[in-house]
Design a protein around this ligand. Structure first.
Ligand code: GLU
Length: 545
C-alpha cells in the first residue's frame, strides 16, 4: 500500500475530499419513481441521428415520470474536440427538442466534463488512499508488447493478474519513479471477480456478462491539462453527483457494465438502472448494418437540418422506431404519448428514408400555407438569402402559390418533403426566380412549329381574361386551340393526324410551359389565379418574340 503522504502529494494541496462534493450536489427533490436521465455526447463534431434517438427516449422517460433530463458534454478526450461543436450541438438539440431541462448554472453542473477536473481528482485520490487505485508507469510500447505476448499465447488481452505490472509494485519503486518525474496513469484495482455478472437492463431484462478483471485506466497521463479521467470514472462520478438514476445509452456500452458496477461499488455509490438502446440500422443489398457515420450522410443530424426535414416529422418517425405502437398513432398524439422502455426492441430498427419522406410529406400537407412559409423562411435564413428576399417581397403571391391544390381539396398536394424542396417546386411562381420561356422552338413546347407557337401566344396574350370559374377560364384555351387549327378531340386527331398541328392538350401545353417552365404542373387554372392576369400575359407574351 502506498504511503498516504505520497498519494496526497500527487494532487493539489487544497483538493477537497469527496464529502465536499457530496454536500455541494444536492439530492433532487422529485416525486417517487421520477427518473433523472441524461444525454452525454462526446464532441466529435458530428451529432449522429442515433444520438437524437437515444436522447429522445431519455428525455421522454424522464418527463413522463415527473423527472428531469439534462445534457452533459463528455469532452474528456480533448484531442478529439472540435472547435465550435458546443454551438453546433446547441442548434441540433434545439431543433430536435432534446435540449437540457437545466440551465448551465443549475446546482448539478457544470455540464462540461472538462470543467469538472477537481471533482474527478477528489475521487481518484480517495480510491488511491483506500488502495483501490494505483499509479501505472507502463509506456505505450510496454503495453503494446504485453498485448502481443498475450495474443501469441492466445490468452485474453488486458492489464490483469500477473500482467498488471504496477498493481502490487514495491512502494519504494513507485516512489522512485514519481521522484524521477516519470509519466503515469492511474488504474482502478479491479476486485477481479471470476465468472459472470448478471444485471437487469430496463430494455433487455436480465443480462449476463463476463466479469471484469482488468485494471482499467481511470485517470489519464499527468502531462494532460486539465488532467482528465477516462469515460469509466467520469461516468460513475457524474451519474452519482448529478443524481442520475436511469442511464439510457447505446448498446455498445453493455460490455462495460461489469466494470461500471465495480466502480460504483468501490466509490460507495448506488448504481443507476441501465437501459441500453439498440442502434439504428440501414438495409444495404439484402443485409443490415449499423447506420454509419463514415458511409451514410443520413447518419448525421446536419443532414436533416440542412435539408429542412421538419423536426416533428423526424421525431415522429424516431418515436415509431422506438415503440412500434407510436407509429400507429397520429403525429400529434404520438409526440405526446409516453415511450415505454420495455417496448424498445433489442434488435436495431431500420431507418427507411422513403418512409420518413412519406411521413414528412404527409405532415407538411397538414400545415397551413402561412406555417409552411414561416418554416421555409426560417430554414432559408442561413442557407438561401435570395429565397428569403423573394418570399418576403412577394408574401401574398407566396401564400397563393402554396395554397394551390392544398386548400379546399380532398387530397392536398404532398410535393414538399423538406423545406429545401420549396425553391425547386414553387420557385416558378416568383417573377424573380422564373426564367421566361422565350424560344418558340423550345423542346418543352413539344415540337410545334415556331411560327404557330408565336401566333398562338400572341393571340392568347391579346385576349386573355382571368375567370374564377375553371371551365369558363379553360374555355379560352379551348377556343384558342380551335382558332389555330388544333384537333377538337383526340379522336378527330387520331383519325387524321396530318390535318392538325396537334390536339387541345398540345395547345394547352404551350400555355403551361410558358406559365410554369414545365410540361407538368399543378392545376393550370389555380396557377394562373395565383400569378394574376398581368403576370400570365407577361409570361405568355415572352414567346411572341
Ligand atoms: N460519451 C459517451 C458516448 O458518446 C456517452 C455514453 C453514455 O451515454 O454514457 O458514447
Amino acid at each position: 500500500m502506498l504511503d498516504r503522504a505520497l498519494i496526497d502529494g500527487l494532487f493539489p494541496a487544497d483538493l477537497p475530499d469527496p464529502d465536499h462534493w457530496e454536500q455541494l450536489y444536492p439530492a433532487r427533490e422529485l416525486p417517487e419513481g421520477a427518473r433523472v436521465t441524461r444525454f452525454a455526447p462526446s464532441p466529435t463534431g458530428f451529432v449522429h441521428i442515433g444520438g437524437v434517438y437515444t436522447a429522445t427516449i431519455a428525455k421522454d422517460v424522464a418527463h413522463h415520470s415527473g423527472g428531469v433530463y439534462f445534457v452533459r458534454i463528455e469532452d474528456t478526450d480533448q484531442s478529439r474536440e472540435v472547435e465550435g461543436v458546443a454551438a453546433q450541438f446547441g442548434r441540433a438539440f434545439e431543433y430536435f427538442g432534446i435540449a437540457s431541462d437545466e440551465p448551465t448554472d443549475a446546482p448539478w453542473g457544470p455540464y462540461l466534463q472538462s470543467k469538472r477536473e477537481l471533482i474527478y481528482l477528489s475521487y481518484v485520490r480517495e480510491l488511491m488512499r483506500q488502495g483501490l487505485a494505483y499509479p501505472c508507469f507502463c509506456t505505450r510500447e510496454e503495453l503494446a508488447e504485453m498485448t502481443k505476448r498475450q495474443q501469441a499465447t492466445k490468452i485474453p488481452t488486458g492489464y490483469y493478474g500477473s500482467w498488471a505490472r504496477w498493481r502490487d509494485a514495491d512502494p519504494d519503486e513507485v516512489a522512485a519513479k514519481l521522484a524521477a518525474g516519470d509519466d503515469y496513469v492511474v488504474r482502478f484495482r479491479s476486485p477481479g471477480t471470476e465468472g459472470r455478472v448478471s444485471f437487469v437492463d430496463a430494455i433487455r431484462g436480465r443480462l449476463e456478462h463476463e466479469a471484469n478483471r482488468n485494471d482499467v485506466v481511470i485517470l489519464k497521463s499527468v502531462t494532460q491539462s486539465p488532467r482528465l479521467p477516462t469515460y469509466h470514472l467520469a461516468h460513475a462520478v457524474d451519474e452519482h453527483l448529478m443524481r442520475v438514476n436511469l442511464v439510457v445509452r447505446g448498446e455498445e456500452w453493455i460490455s462495460s457494465v461489469p466494470l461500471h458496477l465495480q466502480l460504483f461499488a468501490a466509490l460507495g455509490f448506488e448504481p443507476p438502472t441501465y437501459a441500453h438502446v439498440a442502434p439504428l440500422m440501414k438495409q444495404e443489398s439484402g443485409s443490415r448494418r449499423k447506420l454509419s457515420k463514415r458511409k451514410d450522410p443520413e447518419a448525421s443530424v446536419d443532414f436533416y437540418v440542412d435539408a429542412g426535414y421538419p423536426a416533428p416529422a423526424v421525431l415522429y418517425y424516431l418515436r415509431g422506431l422506438a415503440n412500434g405502437r407510436l407509429a400507429e398513432l397520429p403525429l400529434e398524439q404520438a409526440l405526446t404519448t409516453a415511450i415505454s422502455l420495455d417496448e424498445c426492441g433489442v434488435a436495431g430498427p431500420l431507418v427507411d428514408m422513403v418512409k420518413l419522406a412519406d411521413i414528412s410529406g404527409d405532415h407538411i400537407a397538414t400545415l397551413s400555407g402561412a406555417t409552411v412559409l414561416d418554416a421555409v423562411l426560417d430554414w432559408a435564413a442561413q442557407r438561401d438569402p435570395e429565397l428569403v428576399q423573394v418570399i418576403t417581397n412577394n408574401r401574398a403571391l407566396a401564400e397563393r402559390a402554396i395554397d394551390v391544390e392544398r386548400v379546399g381539396v380532398e387530397n392536398p398536394r404532398k410535393d414538399l418533403v423538406r423545406w429545401s424542396d420549396f425553391r425547386p417546386v414553387y420557385g416558378f411562381f416568383f417573377p424573380e426566380l422564373f426564367d421566361l420561356v422565350s424560344d418558340p422552338a423550345d423542346e418543352r413546347l413539344g415540337g410545334l412549329d415556331a411560327s404557330l407557337v408565336r401566333k398562338l401566344a400572341a393571340d392568347f396574350a391579346d385576349s386573355y381574361r382571368y375567370d374564377a370559374d375553371q371551365p369558363t377560364w379553360f374555355g379560352q384555351i379551348r377556343e384558342l386551340a380551335g382558332r389555330h387549327g388544333f384537333a377538337p378531340s383526340p379522336k378527330a386527331y387520331k383519325q387524321d393526324p396530318d390535318a392538325y398541328p396537334g390536339m387541345l392538350r398540345d395547345a394547352a401545353n404551350v400555355i403551361r410551359v410558358a406559365l410554369t417552365g414545365s410540361t407538368r404542373s399543378p392545376d393550370l387554372h389555380a396557377v394562373a389565379a395565383a400569378l394574376g392576369e398581368d403576370e400570365v400575359v407577361r409570361r405568355v407574351r415572352a414567346l411572341v418574340g
